[in-house]
Each structure stands twice: as C-alpha cells, then as structure tokens.
Ligand binder design. Structure first.
Ligand code: ZN
Length: 678
C-alpha cells in the first residue's frame, strides 16, 4: 500500500513560507505535493513524471493573465523548489490546440518564448498536456502498478474493470503536441473522469486543489496495485554484500574497449542485487522479457531499449565470452538503428552502441552511466522494469512500446540536437579511491577529483570522520572504513569499489602518519609499525588496485603520497622517512612492471602541510622551538608562502592528467633546495 503523506499543517507551512502573494502560496503548495510524489519511489522514478498548477499573475501592464507553472527540465520532483516549476503564459499555449500539427522545435520554442522568466529551464515536454487540461492542479506519474496496467495487451479492458468510467484511456502517442491534443480530446469526451491512463506510458490525475490531485494519484495507484496483488512496495536500491563480482571490472573494461572511440569510454556501474532481483533470474522467460523493451518512453534514453543479458554460462566463459556478448549487443543495436533511421523524417545520428543496463544472472542488475548518478538512475529504472515485467507477464502479458515508437523517443529531434554540444568533465566515468580520505590532504584531493567529474571512494580508519568527509564531498560518492595495515584490507577496499562503482581507475595511496623519535631511542616494534603504514599498506593497496585495473584491461593509475622525508632526512623522523624512501623506490619498481598494462605510477613529494600529521599544536611547538612565528614557520620555503592541502591535491590531479608521464615524483613544497629530487 502506498501511504498518503499529505499533512494539512505541512501544506499550510509551505504556503506560508512562499510569501504574501496568493499565487506564490499556491505554487508553494504545488512544490509540497510534487515532493510528496517525488519522494515515493513507488509513485515516481527519475526522469519521469511532472506536475503543474495554473495561476493568475499580472503582466507588465498590470493586467491579470493566466500562468501555467510546470516542471522544468533538470529538476527532480523529490527535491524540487519553486524555480523548478517555471511559469509560462497560458493563453498563448491554449491557442496552439487549434493547430493540426506542431513540430517539436516549434513547440519548445513557443514554450520558451512565453516563459515569465527567460532564464528559466525548459518546461517539460508534457507541458501542453498540462495546459490543455482545465484543472488547476495536474499530476503525472509512471508508478510501478500503472506501468503493469499500461503495458497489458488488454489494458483498456482491465482499466475499465478496475475503474469503470473513472479514468479516460489515451492511446499511445509519443510525448509532445500530438499526445497533448489526444489526451485533451479524451478528457472532453467525459469531463467527469478523475484521471487518465496513457497506454504504454503512465497516469494523469487532476483536481481543484493540490490535495485532491495528489489523493487521486495515491488512491488510483493503490487500486491498480490491489488488482495485481502488488500490495508490497517495490524494493529499490538494495545493494547486498556479495562475492563473485569479478565480472564487473571485466565487463566495464570490455564496454570501454568497444566504445574506445568515444570521449567517455568508462561507464560507472550501479549494482542492485536484492532478493527480488535475484529471484527474477529463475523465471523461464528471462530472455524473452529482456527483448521486449522498457515500460515507459521516458525510460528509453537512460537505459536503452533492452538490457545486456549475461547468463551463468556466459560468466564462466571469461572475458572472451563477455566481449562476444557485448559485441552482439552492439550489433543488434546498430541493426535496430539502421532499420529505423531510414524511416525517420530527418537524418539521425547513432547514439553509443553499448548497453546502459545489464541483467547478470546470480549477480544482479547493473545500471551504467557516465557518472554514479546516471548509473543509479538507470539501475532504479532497471529494477522497476524487472518488477513490471514479472507482474505484467503473469497477469496477461507485458507488451510495451513497439520498436518504432521506442526509436522515436530515443532519437527525439531535440535530444539529437544536444549531441556533442557539451564537453564532458576530465574525469567523467573515472572511479578514484583515496586512502586517508578523511584527512586534510585526502579530502582536498577527493574534492579536486570530484570537481572534475570523478566518482570517489574514500578509505579511512576513522569511521566518524569518514562519514563527515563523504558528506562534505556531496552525493554520489562512497566510503569504506578499514585499517589499511590489516591483512586483507586492500582486497576488501577493492571489492568495495567494485561493489559500488564496478571497478577502479585511479588509486591515490595517501594515508600515512609520522612516528617521531631518534633512531637510537625508537623501539623495533614502533619502527616496524611505521613500515606497516608508510610502506606495506602502500604496497598492498597498489598491487590490489593493479589487479582490478588488469581485469578491466584499460590501464589505470597509482598515485603515491611520498614525503619530503623520503628525499631529505629530518632529525627524529627516521621511522617516517625510511619507509617513505622505500615507497619512493616502490613507485619506480611498479612504474617498470605495470607499464605494459598501461598503468601509470606517479607520486607527490609534499612538505609542511597542515594536516593530521602536522597539527596546529605541532606547528606551534616547532615554530616556537625555532623562534619564529607560526606564519613564518609554515612559509619557510623559497617562495615564502604556506603550502596548503589544496596545492597537493592539484598536483595529484595534474599528474593524473599527464597522459605520458609515469615514474615521476612531483614536488609541492614551495621550494626547498635540500629536498629537490635529482
Ligand atoms: Zn510521462
């Protein structure tokens, strides 16, 4: 059962917080119920669904005019705010209904030209449908039970069985002007209807108040769910602990290999392997269902029409067999494009031919995308589609869009126009692991990579600090808490990267700490412990990372945090400098041995950075001992400027971008003749 989350006091608060203007207050309540819909995955999935409200606002001449506020592109309903529902003058849109035809370009142009604020995002492609319905509030979703209903071969009949005349039934037409006109005609035939079923697409409701429309969305969806025995909600986003995920880095590498001519060759993965997903693979009709296509037109762009299917026997066939399957997928996709493109009324550019989601027997479903967010959206839709297909097929049949309709959505002219217009960020599709990720240098480095599109896995011993660090980094990054000196820690961290993102591209082996003391005074145990952290952990993480990169077969990078101590010994710093010197040599050894796999190995030699290693307390003591101020002490280098964690981070990023550099140690110390590498 989907719960109705409407709380009158909350609605009042949203109205009150929207200001004194009654129109703004209504928009405030519109934002509130839009969020209620967006925050319930059983009602709404990403990339689909939209809401609107019709208001009156004065134009520049002080005359009241009708305005439609409708969801704009780039906003998700779960987090939407008022600017995410741009206002469009309604009357010019209403006039369009008299037209016989309207091209997509003209439709989008007219919508833009009538925005109240020319800086707003594009109003939804379903704007005209919202405009042509007379009700003040209109809601549109692709709820899981409705997708089951909408894709039945006898959907209209079943719809009447459930709802009688309470829902109007709209035949499938691609979203846009044609669908808006048809939906309005269906509504006009019986203005008493409570909502619309859009065949092979989704559900519309409307009402005089936000609550009325929202109540119907929830009630209708529950009626359909009850009919199909779907009282339990679809569990989404379950990523259970799993073994045997070796297929993921291999698959990631194979896809990159096949798409090597693209700018963003490495997909990021998002695995879902809850019990419902794994059970699906026991069905005898898995292959048949895979070939049928997605449950709603809005899904096609994010998931492609069909999944890559890997059965148990494919997995045992190793890389060669997986490559064959991905090549088959690409071939099938090209054939589909060739069949359909010739029938289109304008020339089409083929999209990437690799899969955007996979069904992997015994492993789960995997969403794929240029970044973790896109992969997660694809995974959510893939999970929802498994449920829709399983329930639908058992309830009479799952018959979604025909190939031609699917093509029209995937190759919609305005999406095509966007192709190749934006440059992807430098580290798009790259997974970066950073040890000591909660520390000053680790987090600064994470932020620097993340700002260029990388997906970050932070590793640190301190679980609390780690949680704060990953929060500071923003959504779509991950963390793994472990003591990196423990046996098996490196393997476990790599598994975490594979489990969360499908693989690893760059390791920043950064964690370290200084044990002070004169060589004559240091205990053997302390000295060995310093080696565990400052040498052996670097070694095991680098080697385990190299194994994942080897499985991917697409190169990779290891970056070490080397210290000034590795080059220029400091008094009482022997237990730090000696293992760091060994790590500097490890860098050279790995450079030699990993080059043939395309793995580059570089390091940063930094000095005197405020961090967990060089605390404020320590700085105060050292500067006092030298009889200088803290500022002078921290700027004690040739440039006379303090070196900060962000400068070290910039060096790691620079090395990661230097495609033909390996075996290099870059110094970041503001200039220090004694510590220069020569
Ligand atoms: Zn839709």
């Amino acid at each position: 059962m989907i719960e109705n989350w409407y709380v009158p006091e909350d609605a009042q608060n949203w109205r009150r917080d929207a200001g004194a203007d009654p129109a703004d207050q209504e928009l405030g309540e519109r934002v509130y119920t839009s969020r209620l819909i967006g925050q319930n995955p059983d009602l709404l999935m990403h990339g689909g669904g939209n809401t609107s409200v019709k208001l009156e606002r004065p134009d520049l001449f002080g005359q009241m005019q009708r305005v439609l506020h409708v969801k704009g592109s780039g906003w998700d309903l779960d987090t939407i705010q008022a600017p995410g529902l741009p206002g469009v003058w309604l009357d010019p849109l209403m006039k369009l209904r008299t037209l016989e035809r309207l091209s997509n370009f003209d439709m989008v142009n007219i919508q833009r030209a009538n925005l109240l604020d020319s800086g707003s995002p594009n109003p939804s492609v379903e704007t005209l449908l919202h405009a042509f319905l007379p009700h003040k509030y209109v809601d549109h979703t692709h709820a899981t039970p409705f997708l089951v209903l909408a894709n039945l071969p006898n959907a209209a009949e079943v719809c009447r069985e459930i709802f009688g005349d309470r829902l109007g039934i709209v035949p499938y037409i691609m979203p846009g002007f044609g669908l808006a006109k048809k939906a309005a005609e269906v509504f006009d035939e019986n203005p008493e209807v409570e909502g619309l079923l859009l065949l092979q697409h989704g559900h519309f409701t409307f009402g005089a108040t936000a609550q009325e429309s929202y109540d119907k969305i929830v009630a209708h969806t529950n009626e359909v769910a009850a009919y199909f025995g779907m009282q339990d909600l679809t569990p989404l986003g379950l990523r259970e602990p799993a073994k045997g995920l070796d297929v993921l880095p291999t698959l990631r590498g194979v896809i990159a290999e096949i798409a090597a001519d693209r700018d963003d060759p490495m997909p990021v993965f998002d695995l879902r392997n809850g019990p419902q997903v794994l059970e699906f693979f026991n069905r005898p009709d898995v292959e048949a269902l895979a070939a049928r296509g997605m449950a709603s037109p809005d899904h096609v762009l994010r998931t492609k029409g069909c999944p890559l299917v890997l059965r148990a026997e494919d997995l045992s066939g190793g890389r060669a067999r997986i490559k064959e399957k991905v090549e088959d997928f690409a071939k099938t996709y090209r054939a589909y494009f060739d069949r359909q493109a010739v029938q289109a009324d304008e020339p089409k550019k083929i999209l990437s031919v690799d899969p955007k989601h996979a069904w992997i027997e015994g492993v789960g479903v995997v969403g794929m995308g240029p970044n973790a967010k896109a992969a997660s959206i694809a995974a959510d839709l893939a999970e929802q589609n498994l449920r829709v297909r399983a329930v639908g097929e058992d309830a009479g049949g799952y018959y979604p869009l025909e190939e031609k309709d699917r093509f029209d959505c995937e190759y919609w002219s305005l999406e095509q126009a966007k192709l190749g217009k934006s440059t992807p960020p430098a580290f798009q599709g790259r997974v970066v692991m950073i040890t000591g990720g909660a520390g000053a240098i680790g987090l600064a480095t994470a932020k620097a990579f993340a700002s260029k599109g990388a997906n970050i896995l932070l590793v640190d011993r301190d679980a609390v600090a780690l949680e704060q660090a990953v929060k500071a980094l923003g959504p779509w990054h991950a963390s793994f808490a472990c003591d990196i000196t423990e046996k098996g820690a490196a393997e476990a961290a790599m598994q975490a990267a594979v489990h969360r993102f499908g693989g690893l591209d760059i390791l920043v082996s950064n964690a370290g700490t200084a044990t002070g003391g004169a060589m004559l005074d240091l205990s053997d145990d302390d000295f060995r412990a310093a080696f565990e952290l400052n040498f052996f952990a670097h070694k095991s993480f680098a080697l385990e990372a190299a194994r994942v990169m080897q499985a991917q077969g697409r190169g990779g990078q290891v970056l070490f945090n080397i210290s000034k101590q590795a080059v220029n010994p400091g008094r009482n710093m022997g237990a730090y400098g000696t293992p760091k010197a060994a790590t500097a040599f490890l860098l050279r050894q790995l450079t030699l041995e990993l080059a043939e796999m395309g793995i580059r190995v570089n390091g940063v030699n930094a000095d005197r950075i405020r961090s967990g290693l060089l605390t404020d307390d320590f700085i105060a003591k050292r500067s006092k001992a030298r009889g200088v101020s803290e500022e002078v002490y921290m700027a004690g280098n040739l440039l006379g400027r303090e070196v900060e964690a962000t400068h070290v981070a910039d060096a790691f990023v620079a090395l990661a971008q230097m495609e033909r550099t390996t075996g290099h140690i870059m110094t970041v110390d503001g200039g220090n003749t004694e510590a220069e590498l020569r």
